[in-house]
Design a protein around this ligand. Structure first.
Ligand code: 4AD
Ligand code: MG
Length: 461
């Protein structure tokens, strides 16, 4: 039997031959003497049209099949140059491998995204989610390929950790439910403050600190794994569980870091456009008109760069400041970020050198003593796609930052030792994978680019 992908790629190999395909009914219609089935076999975004006629031994049964029924079909492939689809299969035999029912929740009509979220187990069968999740898979591969081709070592950082990589306290606790081993309160209840066999642990918010340990051994490394944030932000761009890519490079500064990020984003865009043309056409026509033109432009032109101080000045002079006041020292709100990239610069833009008060403890303090060598990449439609920095490699400065922020020095003893034993300039960033998928597809909600979203009040599946 053959895959529909192979037939689309090389119809000439199959033309006027009898082939066998298998897949699921996407739509079907029939008259008394003939019928059509749009079959999708999962191997390709597009369906293949099956024609069946009266002479089929089980014609009546096939004509009544519900959407989603699983079929094995034998038939001749014929070219149909005048029709919408380039070819069809004239069925000589149709075996029903699995029946569906008329109550099947995914009917031919367009469903809302909200409704589809309630059937996360079925939505990969819809056109939109078929396109989203294949792009997600290909984009993941493109990211690995980008880094592997450049000799980066892929490091698997832990999910359960004892330190807070961002120092922001937005962590999920990890606890044991082993009743015999669990520490108890005086009242005899499990003491959830004492958890991982006596050590306080949490789900990682970022693999960065562990990636730094590997960067100081392998020079160029990256992580790609799930991360968790216990922030109660019910927005279209925040999830409690999301995937992050975190490269870390030694003997490198903020400019090297920005160059790497720009190359990576452009590479992933180009790779996905080249390898998912059907899916990208679908997004361009059905989800976000102008997507392809925009991505093409981004992949071939320079990103902008502006300091935080310049960005704040530009925002103050703009209309957005009336509704959302801004001043030097304030964290930029989503509205500011989007205004910067969508209205002022109209392209991806790096904002660098943020006030140290609003950034993490590990960022390198600049000579002005007021700002740190941070970089956020803002892109139209999504806002913050990447956050990164050059790291503080000077032991004394890092220690005083940790103390200034009242973090517990002992939690970071191993991190501090990196500065003691051959510390070097180094830098890195985190790319939110779901936000990259939103950017690539034009999908407007993070819940619709991750198979089983974990957002506030959503953990059904
Ligand atoms: O800016 P963030 O918090 O940076 C870090 O975690 C650094 N340790 C990264 C590094 O330098 N290695 O997060 C990085 C990116 C953000 O720019 C955003 O794209 C994404 O991760 N992100 C989220 N995506 C979805 N849901 C959330 N709750 C997210 N929080 C951050
Ligand atoms: Mg950030």
């Amino acid at each position: 039997s053959v895959l529909i992908r192979e037939v689309y790629n090389h119809p000439e190999h199959f033309v006027e031959k009898t082939i066998q395909v298998s897949g699921w009914i996407r739509t079907s219609r029939s008259s008394k003497t003939f019928g059509f089935i749009e079959l999708n076999d999962g191997s390709f975004f597009k369906n293949v049209q099956i024609v069946f006629e009266e002479n089929l031994s089980n014609f009546d049964e096939v004509a009544k099949l519900s959407i989603a029924s699983a079929l094995i079909i034998k038939g001749e492939l014929v070219l149909t140059p005048d029709a919408k689809q380039p070819f069809e299969i004239k069925a000589s035999e149709i075996i029903v491998e699995g029946f569906s029912t008329p109550e099947y929740p995914l009917q031919k009509k367009r469903h809302t995204m909200e409704y589809l979220r309630t059937i996360a187990h079925l939505r990969p069968r819809s056109n939109t989610f078929s396109a989203v999740f294949r792009v997600r898979s290909v984009a993941a591969y493109a990211i690995h390929k980008f880094f592997q081709d450049r000799g980066f070592v892929y490091v698997h950082t832990p999910i359960i950790t004892g330190s807070d990589a961002e120092g922001a306290g937005e962590m999920f606790k990890v606890t044991t439910l082993d009743f015999d081993e669990s520490p108890r309160t005086e009242a005899g209840k499990i003491d959830y403050a004492e958890d991982f066999f006596g050590k306080e642990t949490n789900l990682t918010v970022s693999g960065q600190l562990e990636a730094e340990t590997f960067a100081l051994a392998f020079r160029d490394v990256y992580t790609f794994g799930p991360t968790f944030r216990a922030e109660n932000s019910n927005t279209k761009r925040h999830a409690a569980e999301f995937w992050m890519i975190e490269p870390e490079i030694a003997f490198a500064d903020l400019n090297d870091n920005m160059a790497l990020a720009e190359d990576m984003v452009k590479y992933v865009i180009s790779y996905v456009m080249e390898n998912c043309p059907e899916e990208m056409d679908f997004f361009n026509s059905r989800i976000d008109k102008g997507l392809l033109e925009r991505l093409n432009h981004v992949a071939t032109s320079d990103f902008g760069k502006v300091t935080y101080t310049e960005a704040v000045e530009a925002l103050k002079k703009s209309g957005v400041a009336f509704e959302y006041p801004v001043f030097w020292g304030a964290d930029l709100q989503t509205e500011h970020e989007r205004y910067l990239t969508e209205e002022i610069y109209k392209k991806p833009v790096f904002v660098i050198d943020y006030p140290k008060e609003i950034k993490s403890f590990y960022m390198r303090v600049n000579d002005d003593q007021k700002t740190v060598a941070a970089m956020d990449l803002l892109v139209p439609g999504v806002g913050e796609l990447i956050g990164g920095s050059q790291r503080e490699e000077r032991m004394d400065v890092l220690l005083s930052r940790i103390n200034e922020l009242s973090l517990n020095e002992d939690d970071y003893w191993w991190y501090l030792e990196l500065r003691k034993y051959g510390g070097t300039r180094h830098a890195g960033y985190g790319l939110g994978f779901e936000r990259m998928i939103m950017y690539l597809t034009g999908m407007g909600n993070i819940r619709d680019v991750i198979p089983f979203p974990r957002t506030v009040k959503n953990a059904e599946f």
